[in-house]
Design a protein around this ligand. Structure first.
Ligand code: GDP
Ligand code: ZN
Length: 455
C-alpha cells in the first residue's frame, strides 16, 4: 500500500559508519538489487538477520557493507525495513543512498519513518513527538524524559480519563435512544463525581507540564549583578570555555550572550546581560531593558555579589527586584578579603546562597545541588512522573479540562443530559488529540459493545 522510502538515518558527516534505512513493501527487493542478489536469494533471507556484502551501481562496487533485513510488523515502521551499514564518509553515504533511490526507493520526507510508525498504529502521537525530542535532546535528562514518554507514559495516564468520559457519554446516548430500557435517574450525580475525578487527573498531569519543558529545553537562567562583580568570569567558570569577555572595566559585557551550560545532568540556558542597573549610557540601557525582559520569563535568576566590597544601593535595588523570582545569590570573590559586613550578610537570609570564587574556580558543586533542590526536590530521577512537554499537548489538555468544567456547570444548573454530552464529547476529542487517535468509531463500538443496542 505504501511506497518504499529511504534516507540516511545517521548524522551526515564523516563518522565511522553510516546507516541508510529503507522501509516499505519493496525494501528487501531493492536491497537485493543493490547487493546483486537473485530474487530466490532475496526470498530466502530470514527476518532480523544481517548479511555481509557489497553495494553495486552501474560503475561497479560502491562500498562494502553489512545489511540488516527485518520483515514487518516487528520493525520500527511495521513495514519491511532494511538498514545498510556502510562506511561513514559523507561521499560514500550519499552514493549508497543514490543507488537505493535509483533502484526504486523514494527519498523520505523529514520524520516520515516515525510518521509511518504512528500511522501503522505502532506508536501514538505523544510517542512520535517523544522520538523527535530524543533526536533533538541536548541533555541526558531530556533523553530520559523523552524515553519515558516513548514508552507510552502520557497515553497510559490519559486512558482511564478517556474511558471514563466515553462510558458516561455512551450511557447518556444509549439512554436517550432507548428510554424504555435505560434510565437516567440519579445518573447526573454519578457523572458529576466522575467528571470531578477526571478534572483532578488532568490537573495532575498539567502540574507537571512546566517541569517537562524545563527538562526538555533547559532551565532558562538569567545572570544579574552590577558591573565588575564577576558575571563574565562566573559564566566562563561554569561553561568551562572562554565565552564571555572578562575585563576590569565596568559594563564591558553589553550584548546578551546566549549560552547553554550543563551542570552535571541539568541543562541551563543562560542569558548573560550587562546588568540591570539604571544608567544614562545608551548602549548599557539597551542591555538593561533586555535583562528585564529576560527576568520576567526566566525560570531561575543567579545574582552575583562581590563579597570583597560593601553592599551598594545598586545591589539592594537588584535584590528587591528579584525577590519574587526563583533566585540563587552567588557570593563571588571569596578568595579575597571580605568587604561585606555581618549586617549586610543578614539581608541574604531569605535567599539560597552559594559562596564561590570564579577566579579560583571553586563552588560549582554546591550550586548544582541547590538548583537540583529548587527544581527537582534534589532528585533528578523521574520515577513514574509523567511530563507533558509540548504546548500542543498542554493546550489540548487544558481544553479538555474547560469542557469538563462546562459539564459540571450544566449538571449544577440542572439542564437535561443531552446538553452535556456535547461538552463531554469535546473533552473526549481534546484528549484524543493528545494521543492522536480518532473518536467516532470508538464511540460507536462502545455503545454497541457495552450497551447491547442491537437487540
Ligand atoms: P562582570 O563585569 O560582572 O562581568 O565582571 P568580570 O567577570 O568581567 O570580572 C571583573 C573583574 O573581577 C575581573 O578583573 C575579574 O578577574 C575579577 N574577578 C572575577 N571573579 C573573581 C574572583 O572570584 N576572585 C577575584 N579575586 N577576582 C575575580
Ligand atoms: Zn562581564
Amino acid at each position: 500500500m505504501n511506497d518504499t522510502i529511504t534516507a540516511i538515518s545517521t548524522a551526515v558527516g564523516n563518522s565511522g559508519i553510516s546507516i541508510i534505512r529503507i522501509s516499505g513493501d519493496e525494501a528487501f527487493d531493492i536491497a537485493g538489487k543493490l547487493m546483486k542478489l537473485s530474487s530466490t536469494d532475496v526470498e530466502k533471507i530470514k527476518t532480523h538477520t544481517i548479511k555481509y556484502g557489497h553495494i553495486y551501481n552501474e560503475a561497479g562496487i560502491v562500498d562494502e557493507v553489512l545489511v540488516s533485513f527485518m520483515k514487518g510488523p516487528k520493525t520500527y515502521t511495521r513495514e519491511d525495513v532494511v538498514e545498510i551499514n556502510c562506511h561513514g564518509g559523507a561521499f560514500i553515504t550519499k552514493k549508497v543512498l543514490e543507488t537505493a533511490i535509483k533502484a526504486g526507493a523514494r527519498p523520505a520526507e523529514p520524520g516520515e519513518f516515525t510518521k509511518r510508525a504512528f500511522l501503522s498504529g505502532r506508536i501514538d502521537l505523544t510517542q512520535a513527538e517523544a522520538v523527535m525530542d530524543i533526536i533533538r535532546a541536548d541533555s541526558d535528562y531530556a533523553i530520559k524524559s523523552a524515553g519515558r514518554r516513548l514508552n507510552g507514559g502520557i497515553g497510559d495516564k490519559l486512558k482511564p480519563v478517556k474511558d471514563s468520559i466515553l462510558t458516561d457519554m455512551a450511557y447518556i446516548e444509549a439512554a436517550l435512544d432507548d428510554p424504555e430500557h435505560m434510565s437516567l435517574d440519579g445518573k447526573a450525580e454519578e457523572i458529576r463525581e466522575n467528571v470531578i475525578n477526571n478534572i483532578n487527573a488532568l490537573n495532575n498531569i498539567l502540574e507537571n507540564a512546566g517541569k517537562g519543558r524545563i527538562i526538555k529545553e533547559g532551565i532558562k537562567t538569567v545572570i544579574v549583578g552590577k558591573p565588575n562583580v564577576g558575571k563574565s568570569s562566573f559564566l566562563n567558570y561554569i561553561s568551562g570555555e572562554e565565552v564571555a569577555i572578562v575585563t576590569d572595566i565596568p559594563g564591558t559585557t553589553r550584548d546578551a550572550l546566549l549560552q547553554n551550560v550543563s551542570l552535571g545532568d541539568i541543562s541551563l540556558n543562560i542569558v548573560d546581560t550587562a546588568g540591570i542597573r539604571e544608567t544614562d549610557n545608551e548602549i548599557e540601557r539597551m542591555g538593561i531593558e533586555r535583562a528585564k525582559e529576560h527576568l520576567s520569563d526566566a525560570d531561575l535568576v543567579l545574582m552575583i555579589i562581590d563579597v570583597s566590597k560593601p553592599l551598594s544601593t545598586e545591589d539592594k535595588e537588584l535584590l528587591a527586584e528579584i525577590k519574587s523570582k526563583k533566585t540563587v545569590l552567588i557570593l563571588n570573590k571569596t578568595d579575597l578579603e571580605r568587604g561585606l559586613t555581618d549586617e549586610e550578610y543578614k539581608e541574604f537570609s531569605e535567599f539560597n546562597l552559594v559562596e564561590i570564587s570564579a577566579k579560583k574556580r571553586i563552588g560549582i558543586e554546591r550550586l548544582t545541588e541547590i538548583i537540583k533542590e529548587m527544581f527537582f526536590n534534589g532528585e533528578l530521577d523521574f520515577n513514574n512522573e509523567i511530563y507533558l512537554s509540548n504546548l500542543r499537548q498542554e493546550g489540548a489538555i487544558r481544553r479538555a479540562k474547560e469542557s469538563l468544567n462546562m459539564v459540571l456547570e450544566s449538571i449544577d444548573s440542572g439542564v437535561s443530559e443531552d446538553f452535556y454530552t456535547i461538552d463531554l464529547m469535546n473533552a473526549y476529542n481534546a484528549i484524543g488529540e493528545v494521543t492522536g487517535d480518532t473518536t467516532s468509531e470508538d464511540l460507536a463500538d462502545k455503545i454497541f459493545k457495552d450497551f447491547c443496542m442491537g437487540k
